[in-house]
Design a binder for this molecule. Structure first.
Ligand SMILES: Nc1nc2c(c(=O)[nH]1)N[C@H]1C(S)=C(S)[C@@H](COP(=O)(O)OP(=O)(O)OC[C@H]3O[C@@H](n4cnc5c(=O)[nH]c(N)nc54)[C@H](O)[C@@H]3O)O[C@H]1N2
Ligand SMILES: Nc1nc2c(c(=O)[nH]1)N[C@H]1C(S)=C(S)[C@@H](COP(=O)(O)OP(=O)(O)OC[C@H]3O[C@@H](n4cnc5c(=O)[nH]c(N)nc54)[C@H](O)[C@@H]3O)O[C@H]1N2
Ligand code: SF4
Ligand SMILES: [Mo]
Length: 686
């Protein structure tokens, strides 16, 4: 099948199927209406069983945003100081020539590992973005450092893998069959609302819905019950609940015997954490823990929906291990509608190795951590990073320890290329900026990490200005550098073919042809899909209970830090933005308002602060200015601020000014929500 013939349809309307590329579990399928070569409408695909015709508050403005006057349309070269954001337009030929020359110099003088391809989550596309690491083959040929994309769900994925053998978990659609749903550190009405239909189906059939979140979110307000633990204490809460379940004799002895390893020891951990003990650690009253524990004991199946929130703490990996163990104690892993829904990407069977071609590396290479960009640019030696490619990422806005990120990016001896659509806080530090296409302007293939469909994205319109797909940019750069490895020149269609070519039974019937014709295809998983009913994909074939069952949060639980910085800051998904994307859309910015921080009335009163006042949120790493919102939506001791606001629109910094470059216990993930701060009046001295 060819790209839809736009010219041939002049005057007529054409509908082109695509996929939302954003880092969101819902992986929506969309339909673009094209008239005379222009995209005039973009809507959710009514045929897709998960999307069901709806997009979201952000993506409803997709076409409007893509046509914004601040869109980057041409290559540019820096003319001001790093960080200043002053650029002059150059040709693609000049841009590629300069990049090729600088890269060749860096590789010759310092070796390939001095090059860091820093991929972000701007698009999850297998061709243009993070999942496939577009350009990975190019960097492999150079022998560049490997990039560990740990910024989002590394801790939880590692916890899941260590326990059940894969990050996969239950199909979120099966939440419809649950008798009890625990939304645990997950705010789907903001961060992926399509799962809500299935939650509501379950509730119509009598299911009880509990939200477990330090903040009474949009989602928690809709739940039947809300528990607000102290951040980072979820594993203790889980042990307290399991203590009640086992106390009631509701454990599934047969499942435990046949499908698990380490039960005797885990049982001791559970026994050591009765509701009273869990209450001390979590701040949730013991009676509430006991009551919910009893409800779990008598309700089969019970399902947990955990996403990213609760793993962004020092003990986040262990927390996911304990949550994944729940359904082994109750035997719910064997029941449709039971278990844990975390990220279905663990069930994906696309042939990533064929796409990535890590065999093209000249030898072993070191790995640099996405969450530690400051460290990577300021501290790492042998060789130091001399060339940085930022691709679909905005680390100044999104990466921990903002001041160190800025200091690293300001290094005069660092050559930085940023491939972008918009003039972000990170673009301001680029030596060369390359204009990138948006999703409806390029080809891509997607999974959803909240469902089991693969989705095709057909380009609907020609790119504006001189924007190029990331894949094409790397083909041109390879040619400019005279690289001879033939696979660097594979077309997008050929890359997609290689990706879907898999012998795995779940990929049976999934072909590129079908994807292009139908827009999306469900993986050929068994129906009903009980991924672990017959055993777990762990080395032992059994669910591995964790030995360590509670790792306290690093900053939230540190008494010395608590004395200096009494408030635990959470910086979770904002309703109007997707990470830092859309934060430059005028309408969504207007709706979001200025960067704000929420405090409980008691905490505001103790500081003599009033609603609407300008405040400074700070610790020893830095700080940001915000408007104070006083509300009992946050529990005492907690401050809440949204992620995503651009620093340059918010006085120069956002929440990441105070977040540490620290790793979680498993998977070396980030600790965004494990951060202590103090809040003072903006004009207060110090
Ligand atoms: N509108 C919108 N949607 C998004 C995004 C966005 O920026 N905006 N981001 C996308 C991305 S990249 C991701 S990874 C997902 C993230 O979406 P979620 O998985 O929902 O993650 P968060 O928004 O970080 O946190 C979810 C909830 O966890 C709570 N939380 C924080 N710490 C704890 C804790 O220790 N325990 C418990 N129980 N709860 C805690 C927070 O208060 C928050 O309400 O959403 C995606 N969808
Ligand atoms: N304080 C705090 N910080 C957080 C989080 C948090 O909870 N709290 N959450 C974290 C999470 S979950 C994530 S996933 C990260 C995300 O961090 P990043 O990966 O840096 O994601 P974004 O900030 O969305 O920046 C993505 C950029 O990619 C660009 N882009 C989009 N599509 C394309 C494309 O096709 N090609 C190219 N070249 N560019 C494109 C967009 O314009 C955007 O500027 O942020 C993390 N940061
Ligand atoms: S951001 Fe999520 S909910 Fe919104 S359109 Fe994209 S996939 Fe769907
Ligand atoms: Mo994320």
């Amino acid at each position: 099948m060819d790209v839809p013939a736009r010219e041939a349809h002049a005057g007529a309307e054409l509908k082109v199927l695509g996929a939302c590329p954003l880092d969101c579990p819902d992986g929506c399928s969309w339909v673009v209406t094209v008239r005379d070569g222009e995209a005039v409408r973009l809507r959710g695909n009514p045929e897709h069983p998960y999307t069901r015709g709806a997009l979201c508050a952000k993506v409803n403005r997709w076409l409007e945003r893509a046509a914004q006057p601040d869109r980057i349309l041409h290559p540019m070269r820096r003319v001001g100081r790093k960080g200043e954001g002053r650029f002059a337009r150059i040709s693609w030929d000049e841009a590629l020539g300069e990049i090729a020359e600088r890269l060749e110099d860096v590789v010759r003088e310092h070796g390939g590992e001095a090059v860091w391809p820093y991929w972000g989550t701007g698009t999850l596309g297998y061709l243009q973005g993070l999942e496939g690491y577009s350009g990975r083959r190019f960097f492999n040929v150079l022998g560049a450092s490997a990039h560990y994309a740990n910024i989002c769900s590394a801790a939880g994925s590692a916890g899941m893998e260590a326990t059940v053998g894969s990050a996969g978990g239950m199909d979120p659609e099966d939440l419809a069959h649950a008798g009890l749903i625990l939304l645990w550190g997950s705010n789907p009405l903001t961060s992926g609302h399509h799962v809500w239909k299935f939650v509501q189906d379950a509730r119509r059939a009598g299911a009880h819905l509990v939200a477990i979140d330090p903040v009474r979110t949009r989602t928690a307000q809709q739940a039947d019950e809300h528990l607000a633990p102290l951040p980072g204490t979820d594993a203790a809460l889980a042990l307290g609940l399991l203590n009640v379940v086992v106390g009631a004799g509701a454990q599934d002895e047969r499942f435990l015997r046949e499908h698990t390893a380490g039960w005797a020891q885990f049982r001791e951990r559970i026994a050591a954490c009765p509701p009273e003990r869990a209450a001390e650690i979590t701040g949730v009253p013991a009676e509430r823990i006991a009551a919910l524990g009893e409800r779990i004991a008598r309700t089969r199946p019970t399902a947990i929906r955990a996403t990213q929130g609760l793993q962004r703490h020092a003990g986040g990996g262990t927390a996911l291990r304990v949550l994944a163990s729940f359904a082994a104690v109750t035997g719910d892993w064997a029941r449709r509608g039971g278990g844990l829904a975390f990220s279905t990407s663990g069930h994906n069977r696309l042939n990533k190795a064929a796409l990535w071609r890590d065999d093209l590396r000249p030898g072993p290479v070191r790995t640099l951590s996405m969450t530690r960009l400051g460290e990577g640019l300021l501290d790492v030696q042998d060789p130091p990073v001399k060339a940085l490619f930022v691709i679909a990422a905005n680390p100044v806005g999104s990466t921990p320890h903002q001041n160190r990120v800025r200091a690293g990016l300001a290094r005069e001896d660092l050559f930085t290329v940023v491939m972008e659509q918009f003039p972000t806080d990170t673009v301001d530090y680029a030596d060369i900026v390359l204009p990138a296409t948006a999703q409806h302007e390029h080809t891509d293939l997607h999974e959803g990490y909240g469902h089991l469909y693969l989705t095709w994205n057909e380009p609907a319109v020609a790119p504006p200005g001189e924007c190029l797909p990331t894949t094409e940019t790397f083909r041109r750069l390879a040619r400019r550098m005279g690289l001879t490895e033939p696979s660097l020149y594979d077309s997008d269609e050929s890359l997609a073919e290689q990706l879907v070519a898999s012998d795995h039974p779940w990929m049976a019937g999934v072909t590129l042809d079908r994807l292009r014709k139908e827009g999306f295809v469900r993986m050929s998983v068994p129906d009903p899909f009980l991924p672990y009913a017959e055993g777990f994909p762990t080395p032992s074939g059994r669910l591995e209970f964790p030995r360590e069952a509670y790792v306290p949060p690093a900053e939230v639980a540190d008494p010395e830090r608590a004395a200096r910085y009494p408030l635990a800051l959470i910086s979770a998904a904002s309703h109007e933005f997707l990470n830092t994307q859309f934060a430059n859309n005028p309408e969504l910015r207007r709706r979001a308002g200025d960067l704000a921080v929420r405090l409980h009335p008691d905490d505001a009163a103790a500081r003599g602060l009033a609603d609407g006042q300008r405040v400074r949120v700070a610790n020893d790493r830095g700080g940001f200015d915000a408007v104070l919102r006083v509300t009992d939506q946050v529990r005492p001791g907690v401050a809440a601020t949204p992620k995503g606001h651009w620093a340059k629109f918010s006085g120069g910094s956002n929440a990441n000014a105070v977040v540490a470059e620290r790793d979680t216990d498993l998977g070396a993930g980030p600790v965004f929500h494990d951060t202590r701060v103090e809040v003072t009046a903006a004009d207060a001295p110090g």
